[in-house]
Design a binder for this molecule. Structure first.
Ligand SMILES: Cc1ncc(COP(=O)(O)O)c(C=O)c1O
Length: 394
């Protein structure tokens, strides 16, 4: 049976980073794009209707965040993540990465330390370094083909260095790990003990598969509300990254003042009307679409893992508990670092993200985005297999 997410949408020529950026990032116009984290699916109908209505009804001048937007966020966080928040604990930003930068500026001084896991989503390191903070990496361990935090290492580094901020990717990109409640409690307790502000990037928290449960530190213990800032957006889940709206959840007044101060210093207040309208329509009116999406993605995840289990037996991978990103170990290709990315383009005509971008420990990994119609996924996996078949036959 044809399902809504089966529809192939031609995105080339739409200024899409994923499709039209292939020339710039892969020097190819044909490689099947299975890289940057956006989905090749049509938008939820309620979002499209809301945006059409906006254009028909309103002058597009400067906007204030609406009460209904606040309420849609409050309800979503309460229903989905058991978070209890109020309007005045929400601040807006154009994107989560920009919000990470604001947090770094708000809670540390140049030269002071910011800790991240290794590997992790690329901008965690780049935004730290571009803000002249000292970067500390805590390598993730692997247990049962999943990443786990090395809490001993984190504590050791907290005790030795002047670390002010921890940037947590929760759930984890690129590994797709959903952190356990125990790991999050231990990490947050360590942050409190050593005076470290925990920034929990939860942009992937609504892309969690049926066997897992996402926990948000601020929902685990009231005292955590004073040391944790949560970052969230509808952009990944509803594929609306282009409308540019994210938000901070910050429950402590002092932390909130510091964030607001940096935002006003850099003239970053104000809100995108398109972002506001699309986000509200996502959270308030697109539950069925979201449920159907998760079902489709879970089927795609099964398809990818079955494919690797049957066709690429020698390749280790991490089955994602969340995200539509599939992280596999390409070390049998015996090709180092960035050359690996080129190998997939040259032999397979497929564009994937290479592990070197995510840290010092993951150069042999590749990241494949499976948020696409099934037929496209089938084609992409054939291309990936071709690379392994040809290269290992040499
Ligand atoms: C963990 C994480 N945070 C943030 C972002 C990007 O957020 P934004 O586009 O809102 O800056 C991504 C995009 O893939 C991501 O994976």
């Amino acid at each position: 049976m044809e399902r809504i997410f089966d529809e192939i949408i031609d995105r080339s020529g739409t200024n899409s980073v994923k499709w039209d950026g292939r020339k710039l990032f892969f020097d190819s116009e044909t490689a099947l794009p299975m890289w940057v984290a956006d989905m090749d699916f049509d938008n939820a109908p309620a979002i499209k209707t809301a945006l059409h209505n906006l254009i028909n009804q309103q002058v597009l001048g400067y906007a204030l965040p609406s009460d209904t937007l606040y309420q849609s966020i409050i309800n979503w966080q309460n229903e989905r993540h058991q978070m209890n928040i109020a309007n005045d604990q929400i601040l807006f930003a154009p994107g989560v990465v920009g919000a990470l930068a604001v947090c770094i500026q708000a809670f540390s001084e140049p030269g002071e330390g910011v800790m991240i896991n290794d590997p992790v989503y690329t901008p965690f390191a780049s935004v730290t370094e571009s803000n002249s903070r000292k970067l500390y990496r805590s390598p993730l361990s692997i247990s049962n083909n999943q990443y786990i935090m090395d809490l001993k290492d984190i504590e050791d580094q907290f005790s030795r260095y002047s670390i002010k901020v921890f940037l947590l990717c929760n759930p984890h990109n690129p590994g797709g790990r959903v952190w356990s409640k125990e790991e999050l409690i231990q990490l947050t307790d360590l942050c409190i003990q050593y005076g470290v502000i925990l920034i929990s990037d939860e942009i992937h928290s609504d892309l969690v598969y049926s066997e897992s449960t996402h926990y948000s530190p601020v929902a685990l213990n009231d005292t955590y509300r004073d040391t944790v800032v949560t970052l969230h957006s509808a952009s990944k889940t509803f594929n609306i990254a282009g409308v540019k709206l994210a938000y901070f959840i910050v429950c402590n007044d002092e932390l909130k003042e510091k964030i607001s101060f940096v935002q006003s210093q850099t003239e970053q207040s104000g809100i995108s009307t398109f972002g506001m309208v699309a986000t509200e329509a996502a959270f308030s009116e697109s539950r069925d679409w979201h449920n159907a999406l998760l079902e489709y993605l879970e089927d795609n995840r099964q398809y990818v893992t079955d494919f690797f289990d049957h066709e690429l037996l020698e390749v280790r991978y991490m089955k994602p508990e969340a995200t539509y990103l599939f992280w596999f170990d390409a070390s049998t290709l015996k090709t180092p670092g960035e050359a690996l990315k080129q190998l997939f383009v040259d032999i397979g005509d497929v564009a994937l993200n290479d592990g070197t971008a995510y840290g010092e420990s993951s150069g042999q990994y590749m990241r494949l985005n499976f948020a696409c119609p099934r037929t496209m996924l089938e084609e992409g996996l054939k291309r990936v297999k071709k690379v392994f078949d040809e290269k290992t036959a040499e």
